[in-house]
Ligand binder design. Sequence first.
Ligand code: HEM
Length: 263
Amino acid sequence: MSRRLVRALSSKTDGPPFNIHNHIKLCALDVICDERQFYSDVILETGLKWGFTQNDMAVLSKDIYLAGTDATSTTMASCLAFLAMFPEHQKKVYDELFEIFGDSDRDPTLDDLKKMVYLEMCLKEALRHCAPAAITRRLSSDIQIENYHFPKGAMLYFAFYFTHKNPMWWKRPEDFYPDHFSKEAVAKRPKGVFMPFSAGPRGCPGQTFAWLSMKTITSRLIRSYEFHTNMEFEKSRYHVLLVPQIKEGYFVSITNRSNKAHK
Ligand code: HEM
């Protein structure tokens, strides 16, 4: 899939800026539909075997489509746009990838993906800005937390957006600062402060898959192209659809890298 995306973008090299989000969304959809089967065929096949109702299957198809393409594509588009805005971080990501792959255009192995530490820090920092803003839960029993009483049936709203931007936990909350995710910085924060995938039994079941696909796609793109943009981080305005997205889109231009990864 990621090679297909690299080929599709080759006509854009040295051209005017374009919205990378649209291209990445298509690629993210490709990822959840393999060459032979559309993802909803898999749901249908499994659902019939397990006795799901038509409604169960419709809800599941919609969940996987929205959850499987929207958050991942927005995270990747944000990360690439931010790396274009901050070339010093893009260079560090590229150097790390060059260290792993050299001049080879081979596909990454699981072991390679684990070595993409700085890329992961940049994706996490992008996710801090564009993860789902909040989740809700209806209480199935009364809960007492210190002086606060929450009655059974109350709807609680967990606003990740605010924990992800709270200056108590983040050195530069409003900036793109991948060092927020250095080993040392992570060790100093309580675990629940960064929860883009939520947690518990209803937490995101696609988390591992999301990491594998986001690292595979962004690493292939950065090995192939250098990203540039006129967009400015401080001037970006967001609107919240399923996840916060930059209103103006993710306009980048690309130039070829002089290695073989794009061939
Ligand atoms: C960056 C990528 C992603 C982020 C940030 C993300 C985040 C989330 C969050 C916050 C929830 C709500 C959990 C809750 O209510 O506690 C969720 C649910 C869900 N996600 Fe993801 N997700 C991502 C990628 C994916 C992918 C790739 C898939 C599948 C291919 C997926 C499938 C689902 C499904 C099916 C649910 C509903 C789970 C349920 O209701 O029990 N997600 N996701």
